[in-house]
Design a protein around this ligand. Sequence first.
Ligand code: NAD
Length: 447
Amino acid sequence: MNITVVGTGYVGLVTGTCLAESGANVTCVDIDVKKVEKMKAGIVPIYEPHLDVLFERNIKQNRLQFTTDLKSAIQDSTIIFLALPTPPGEDGSADLSYILGVAKDLGEMITDYKVVIDKSTVPVGTSEKVEKALNKALDSRFGNDTINRPDFDVVSNPEFLREGFAVDDFMKPDRIVIGSSSQRANDLMDKIYAPFVRQGNPVIFMDEKSAELTKYAANSFLATKISFMNEIANLCELLGANVDDVRRGIGTDTRIGNRFLFPGIGYGGSCFPKDVQALAKSSSEAEYDFKILNAVMDVNKTQKTVLVPKIKDFYNNDLKGKKFAVWGLAFKPDTDDIREAPALYIIDELIAAGAEITAFDPEAMDNVKELIGDKISYVSNEYDALDAADALLIFTEWQIFRNPNFTKIANQLKEKVIFDGRNLYDLKNMQELGFYYNSIGREEVKK
Ligand code: NAD
């Protein structure tokens, strides 16, 4: 089976590599020449646990190729996955220019039957737009010549993988959603995914629009769960309750479930913020006032910098010359992705207030350097960040931060002060160790 994957980001590269691992012959296409050069040289251009082993093996066994040339890549493939960016446009709607641009290119080059599978997260109606873009290009090539004009199908196949668990999620998906009105395409999709659903995880077939909406509904629901829990945490602080207990109390209810209930400094990343925004925009275009989504976005906006007023209060509103050690820059652990990372928003506000930042993140520092350069300092391990700092600020719940050497922290910081946006530590322990410890939705521990 020959497969082309267009776009080699977090979704495309994982998709291509995992499909190659199932025995398919995969060609990955990207317009980023440097990225393609890197991949050809055997370098994985993103950090994603377990991807490197599969990547190396499939390159070695000639099942995984990389190119910038779309035309040659699709020549022998019936199956073409699109894993292209759909960033928010100025008005919050998803920018479809990457997808529709490639759809037009495909219309200008296909010579035989293709299934064009959209893996990107896109608004309802995008499949139709992709179909139109392809048809428009085919019309100008073939006019009324229906004999030579190649046939194609467009399938909506949203991706649910999580960065940090992407390989596992792709290899053992909870479910596969396939939106298509073509039996021929559905049969092919069944074949592609058969190796990944051997344990009986469902392949759910539906129409294109429902598949497109399913992805937005899933991400918006999860973002709602996070924002809801953050509101409960904020209320806990005002009422003197402990959000850890409340979380355990509700999470054991099987109707609620215990996942996505951890409060913190808001959701970030390349998906939740843009997908909630895009669904809100689609709703308003359909003249539907999706009130919950607007509240979810409002709550998250405030939550991202909820630590800033706490820090300012602690220092009597004077952060000039204060030095802070930051642990964690990525929007979540096990990724180098910093898109919409709360850390960046907090750092901006602290710097604007006159503070200096020294940061450590196990994987995301290069990306942050590229984005904000020397606005902050970077160190190569978590303890070096603490030297002569007034306080430690925790923004990402990397596993290595969970059980640190508190004696070292106490010795290196000017004062034993921690602001924790991810609730990593036990309150009683912090009390016993003599730290001032401020977290989310829990009692402030005073020295
Ligand atoms: P990404 O930005 O990491 O990667 C996109 C890639 O596409 C880049 O390498 C870029 O160079 C390439 N590209 C752009 N235009 C191109 C073109 N014309 N031809 C070939 N390549 C081109 O994006 P991502 O995070 O992989 O997300 C892709 C889509 O999948 C988005 O719609 C996103 O919402 C969705 N999604 C992402 C995740 C996630 O966790 N990242 C999960 C599920 C769904």
